[in-house]
Write a protein that binds this ligand. Structure first.
Ligand code: ACO
Length: 325
C-alpha cells in the first residue's frame, strides 16, 4: 500500500521589524499618499505586517522556519531527502532558493527546487511533495513558503502596498502508515495573468519593465471567492467528507472579507477559521504555513484534527489540500 504523507512538524519565521497600520500611514504620508487605519482595517482586516531588513532574503526566513519544523518533529537535517520552496521573491534569478536553503541547513545532496505559483505556491508545493512521498521517491520532505514581498511593493500605490508583508512557514512532511494528506487539488488559468502581476524581467544585465506589484483588486476578489469554494468542495468530495468534518479552515491570508465569504459558502463558523492576516498581512506563499504554525503553537490545532488548506493567487492559480494533522 502507498504511504500517506503526514505533517510531523511545523515552523515559521517573521522578521523583527513590525509595522502597524499607523506606521504604514506615516510612511505613505512622507510620499504625499493618503491612507488611514480605518480604511485598511475595514477593507482588509489587516492591522500590522513585518518587513525584512536589507540583506535578509527569503532563504534566511525559510531557514529559521525549517529549523523550527525539524525541531518540532525531532528530525535531524541529514534525514531530509527533499526540499521544495514556494516563493515569488527568490534570493536570485538562479540558483533556486531551495538550493541555497539546503546549504544553509547543512543538508547534502537531496533534491531541492522552487515552485512558482505566487500565493498558491505552498498548496502546489505540498501537492508535489505528497505525490513524491506516495510514489516512494521521498520519505522526509521540507515544504516551505518564504517571501520578502516588501521588495515588490510600490509605496506610491496605496491600494496594494498596505496589503503585503514578509515571512516564512515550513512543514516537515513524512511518509507514514497513518493519514496524512487525504486529497489535493491544484489549478491555473493564465487568461487572468494580468490581474495580479509584477511585470518586469531581466535582460542584457538590466531589469526591464516595471518590477513592482500591480493588481486589479476587485477582479482578484471576485475570482478568489469563486474558485476557493470550488476547490474546497473538490477535495472534500475526493476524500468522501463534507465541510462538517473540517476542524480548521486555513485559507490564504489575503483579506478577511475573502475568508469570511469562503467560510460562509462552506457553512463553516468563523471560529473554525485560522486568521492571522490581521497581524501578518498577506505574505503570499508563506501565509498558509505561517498561519498553520501559529495555530499549532497556540495549541488550537491538535493532533488528529482535519484541516482544509486553501490558496489563491497570481497566475491566476488556486488549490486546496485536505489533511488529518
Ligand atoms: N487607504 C485609503 N484609501 C484607499 C486605499 C488605502 N490604502 N487604497 C485604496 N483606497 C481608495 C481608492 O482610491 C478608492 O477611492 P475612490 O473611491 O476615491 O476612487 C476607494 O478606496 C475604494 O477603492 P477600491 O479599490 O474600490 O476598494 P475595494 O473595496 O475594492 O478594496 C481591496 C480594495 C482591499 C484591494 C480589495 O479589492 C481586495 O481586497 N481585493 C482582493 C485582493 C487581494 O486580497 N489581493 C491580495 C492578493 S490575492 C492573493 O494573495 C493572490
Amino acid at each position: 500500500m502507498r504511504p500517506y504523507a503526514r505533517i510531523t512538524g511545523t515552523g515559521s519565521s517573521l522578521p523583527p521589524q513590525r509595522l502597524s497600520n499607523a506606521d504604514m500611514v506615516a510612511l505613505l504620508a512622507q510620499r504625499g499618499v493618503a491612507s488611514s487605519d480605518d480604511w485598511i482595517v475595514e477593507r482588509t482586516g489587516i492591522r500590522a505586517r513585518h518587513f525584512a531588513a536589507d540583506g535578509v532574503y527569503a532563504s534566511d526566513l525559510a531557514a529559521q522556519a525549517c529549523r523550527s519544523a525539524l525541531a518540532a518533529a525531532a528530525v535531524e537535517p541529514q534525514q531530509v531527502d527533499l526540499i521544495i520552496v514556494a516563493t515569488s521573491t527568490p534570493d536570485m534569478v538562479f540558483p533556486s532558493t531551495a538550493a541555497i536553503l539546503q546549504h544553509k541547513l547543512g543538508i547534502a545532496a537531496c533534491p531541492a527546487f522552487d515552485v512558482q505559483a505566487v500565493c498558491s505556491g505552498f498548496i502546489y508545493a505540498l501537492t508535489l511533495a505528497n505525490a513524491l512521498i506516495q510514489t516512494g521517491s521521498a520519505r522526509t520532505a521540507l515544504v516551505v513558503g518564504a517571501e520578502v514581498f516588501s521588495r515588490l511593493l510600490d509605496f506610491n500605490d496605496r491600494s496594494t502596498c498596505v496589503l503585503f508583508g514578509d515571512g516564512a512557514g515550513a512543514v516537515l512532511l513524512q511518509a507514514s502508515e497513518t493519514p496524512g494528506i487525504l486529497a489535493t487539488d491544484i489549478h491555473a488559468d493564465g487568461r487572468y495573468s494580468d490581474i495580479l502581476c509584477v511585470p518586469g524581467h531581466v535582460a542584457g544585465g538590466q531589469v526591464l519593465g516595471r518590477p513592482l506589484l500591480k493588481m486589479d483588486g476587485q477582479a482578484v476578489f471576485r475570482l478568489a471567492v469563486e474558485v476557493l469554494e470550488d476547490t474546497a468542495r473538490t477535495v472534500l468530495a475526493q476524500a468522501g467528507k463534507t465541510a462538517a468534518d473540517v476542524d480548521w479552515l486555513i485559507p490564504h491570508q489575503a483579506n478577511i472579507r475573502i475568508m469570511q465569504s469562503t467560510a460562509k459558502k462552506l457553512k463553516l463558523p468563523m471560529d473554525k477559521v485560522v486568521v492571522t492576516v490581521d497581524q501578518h498581512g498577506n505574505t503570499s506563499a508563506a501565509s498558509i504555513p505561517l498561519a498553520l504554525d501559529h495555530a499549532v503553537c497556540a495549541g488550537r490545532i491538535q493532533p488528529g484534527d482535519t484541516l482544509l488548506l486553501e490558496g489563491v493567487g497570481g497566475g491566476f492559480t488556486w488549490g486546496a489540500v485536505l489533511l488529518d494533522f
